[in-house]
Structures are given as C-alpha cells and as structure tokens.
Design a protein around this ligand. Structure first.
Ligand SMILES: Cc1cc2nc3c(=O)[nH]c(=O)nc-3n(C[C@H](O)[C@H](O)[C@H](O)COP(=O)(O)O)c2cc1C
Length: 447
C-alpha cells in the first residue's frame, strides 16, 4: 500500500518571513518587485515537487516602511507571469471578498486557471483592518461577522459565475457552422444582500471548473466558512496539541456541512530555520533575532493588540487587562494565538517580538534537516496536519536549503512524491481532490 503523502505549499514573501531577513548580506531589498526573484523561488519549489506556492495580499500598504520591505505586486498578475515560467506547481493568490466584486474577480481567477492549465488557487480572505476599509470608501472596518456574511454570498455568486458555462458548451463544429450551445449557458441572475449579478461569466469554463478554494481564518466564523467552502486551509498553530484540536474540529465541521473530511486539507505554517547541526541552526536563528529593531516590533504589537502607542514596556509582560477575542474586530484568531503564546511561555514584550519576528505567530523551528523532517512527520502522522505551509525565514536561501536537505529525507521516508511525473495535473488533482461538478449538471448516477 502506498503511504499517505504530504501536501507542501511554499508561502513566498519577498526576502523571507523573518522581519529582519532583508537586512542580511545575501538579501536584495528590492526583491519584492523583481520578477526574476519570484521565478527563481517558483523553480526551486518546483524542484522540491511542492503542490503549490502562495502569495499573501491586502489592498492596503502593510507595514511600517522603516521596518521591512513594503508594498507588493498584485498576486494574480504575478502568478500569471509565474505560470509561464513553471509547469507543474499550483499558483495560489490571495484576494479579498470585502474589497472586490465577484464578477471581476471570478473572471481573473478563471483567466489564471486557463493560462496555467488548471493550476489556479484562491486564498479567500475577508481582510482585517481599517486601513483597507478607508481605501474603499468606508470610514471603518466592517464588523467581523458582516465580513464573513459578505464572503459567503461572494462565494455563492462566484460559484454561479464559474458554473455559468457547462463543460461542453463549446461545440466548435466548423462543418455545421455552430460554435457553442446557448442552452448550456446559465446566467446567475443573482439578487442578494450584497451583490446583484445578472449575466454569465465572459470566460469559458476552466480546466479545474474553478480555482482551488483556500481559506485561512480560524475564528468561529472563519471555521464555519472553511467547513462549507474550503478545500485547503492555512493555519497558524503553535503546539501540536492545538494543531490536533484544530484539525479534528475542522474535519468534524466539514462532515457536518455534508462534505467528505478528506476534501479539506489542513496545512499549518512552519518557519524552518535550518543548520547542518543544531548549534548552527540556533546560531542562524540568533543572527536573525539580532537584526530585529525592537521599536518596530513594539509599534506593530500595539496596533495588533489595539493598544495606544507607548503602552507596552519592552522588558515587561503584556498588560493583564487585554480585551477578549470577542471584542476584536480584526484578525480574531491571530490575536488570541499571540496573547496565549505570551502568557503560556511567560514572555516579555521583547521576547514575544523575537518569537513573532520569524513567522508572525506561525510555528518557528530551528533545527537540522532531520529534526525538521521529524517534526513534519510527527505532526502529519498524529492527526495535526495534511501537509505544511513552508514559510522560509530567508528567501531564496531558506527555500533552497529546505528543498536540498529536508525534501530528500521526506522522499526517502515515502512522505513526499519524488517527481511530478509526465502527466500534467491540475492543482486540485495534486491535492487529491475531485473536480467539482457543475451545479447545473445532474450527476449521471443521480439521473
Ligand atoms: C498562512 C496564512 C496566510 C494569510 N494570508 C492572508 C492574506 O494574504 N491577507 C489577509 O488579509 N489575511 C491573511 N490571513 C489572515 C486570515 O485570512 C484571517 O483574516 C486571519 O487568520 C484571522 O481570521 P479570523 O478573523 O477568522 O480569526 C492569513 C492567515 C494565515 C494563517
């Protein structure tokens, strides 16, 4: 029997996930707007037979400009360029349901799916923060529950649009002079609370039907949304116990939503800092920590915890009277994760900033390739993960080290494919997921 295999996604972020990565001698501070940098990263990930790569995004200028490279290329455009530079790897772009309209966005993802031969994925986000809201004519961030309600309707409309062409709409009968079948076009005619969309999509049905649906929110609303729509879920988990509980909860919710538990793949993030010995890995981590400018970290933490500037003391603990998650309208689950991390490990603000510097709350792990592979295997085999979101602290070198030194171990253990094979596969096939049926076509078994 073949062994169940890992799904690996490369989460790419300019010079790396560590906030100080851009300061290292090897790093290019302009990499975030350099196509060649991303092509290089995509090809390294493809050499490591990853399932996919992923770009985060938000329609606002993130980050304090002094702290780290800011501004980013628009992901769907960048992934379109990467589609021409790669052959097999899936291409997942983040796009917001709060600040897009379904027709335009459904069209863009359909285009990416065609151009990449069925390798498109959409990380569906509702976008936390007032900065983005103010870029779109709103005074304040819409309430958390409101954002998820809009996201659900957005998805329903997008699915209607992607299904508005049946698979065999195009006949292309040159002899008869008939190109397509109008009877196989199904305009959404949607009138809802947030959207009104009349006509069919102006892009034919795509190789996958629609992009792989990915989601990354872990609040109650986020998990409910994931159980209903998501085929892959990115998540930040600090401990294997928390990851197991999250995994079991999400699978149970997915079954309760009438779906197969195996049709949602759970991928916790890991920030591996690798060295040929444990001492070398810890030294590599130390170098990164030594490059952190703590004033930036304090500023960021105060904003995240919704505290007034100047509240936090670098060598003191977090205040004991922080608001509960229910009072947070931004990224609820990340807020809780950070507060729990600081309290559980009794961290000072300085130590917390060091821990968050690498992965903003994702599991940071310094070790040898064997130790990294052991951690991945342990989580994978004990009901905590279906795969991992690999978030190298430094790019490109961290991805290169992972692919050259950890991937061979995972392959030798039978946990990862050794090659993609000759056949072209869609992103959904890489994740072992079925191609979705068109909602307008009755499955033959049911006729
Ligand atoms: C790996 C990962 C990547 C994410 N990428 C983005 C992103 O690109 N843009 C964004 O607005 N939110 C992003 N998020 C945040 C989530 O979409 C979500 O807002 C956050 O986890 C809080 O969700 P909650 O309010 O449901 O707890 C990401 C989260 C994770 C775990």
């Amino acid at each position: 029997m073949t062994r169940r295999q890992l799904h690996l996604n490369a989460f790419l972020m300019n010079t790396g996930h560590h906030e100080a990565s851009w300061r290292l001698p090897e790093s290019d501070p302009y990499a975030h707007v350099d196509l060649a940098h991303y092509v290089r990263l995509a090809r390294i990930a493809e050499r490591g037979t990853f399932d996919s790569l992923f770009l985060a995004d938000g329609p606002q200028l993130w980050n304090n400009l002094a702290q780290r490279p800011a501004g980013a290329l628009e992901p769907i455009t960048l992934l379109t360029a990467l589609a021409t530079a790669t052959e097999h790897i899936g291409l997942i772009a983040t796009a917001s349901t709060s600040y897009n309209s379904p027709y335009n966005l459904a069209r863009k993802f359909a285009t990416l799916d065609h151009l990449s031969g069925g390798r498109a994925g959409w990380n569906i986000v509702t976008t936390a923060g007032a900065e983005a809201a103010r870029n779109f004519g709103l005074d304040a961030e819409p309430a958390h529950a409101e954002r998820y309600a809009r996201a659900a309707e957005f998805l329903d409309v997008a699915l209607k649009l992607w299904d508005s062409w049946e698979d065999d709409t195009i006949i292309a009968d040159k002899a008869a002079g008939v190109w397509g079948d109008d009877a196989k076009i199904h305009p959404p005619r949607h009138q809802g609370r947030y959207f009104s969309v009349e006509g069919a999509l102006n892009v034919p049905r795509t190789p996958q039907g629609y992009p792989l649906l990915v989601q990354a929110g872990s609040s109650e609303d986020g998990k409910r949304f994931a159980a209903r729509y998501a085929e892959a879920v990115f998540t930040a988990q600090q401990t294997i116990e928390d990851a197991r509980a999250f995994y079991a909860d999400l699978k149970a919710r997915t079954v309760a939503a009438g779906r197969d538990a195996d049709h949602i793949k759970v991928l916790p993030g890991i920030v591996p800092v690798i060295g040929s010995t444990e001492a070398e890995a810890l030294a590599n981590e130390r170098v990164l920590e030594d490059h952190i400018v703590h004033a930036h970290g304090v500023d960021r933490l105060e904003r995240l915890l919704q505290l007034a500037p100047g509240t936090l003391e670098l060598d003191g603990p977090l205040p004991s009277d922080l608001p509960p998650e229910s009072a947070v309208e931004g990224a609820k689950s990340r807020y809780t994760l950070i507060v729990e991390l600081a309290r559980r490990d009794r961290l000072t603000v300085r130590q917390l900033i060091g821990r968050l510097g690498g992965g903003r709350g994702h599991l940071t792990f310094a070790g040898t390739p064997e130790q990294v592979a052991d951690t991945i295997e342990l989580w994978f085999e004990s009901g905590a993960a279906d795969g991992f979101n690999i978030m190298p602290a430094v790019l490109p070198s961290g991805l290169e080290t992972f692919v050259d030194h950890v991937v061979p171990i995972l392959r030798a253990r039978g946990l990862l494919r050794t090659e993609y094979g000759d056949a072209r596969r869609t992103l959904r096939e890489r994740y072992g997921l079925p191609r979705p049926a068109n909602q307008h076509v009755i499955a033959p078994a049911l006729v």
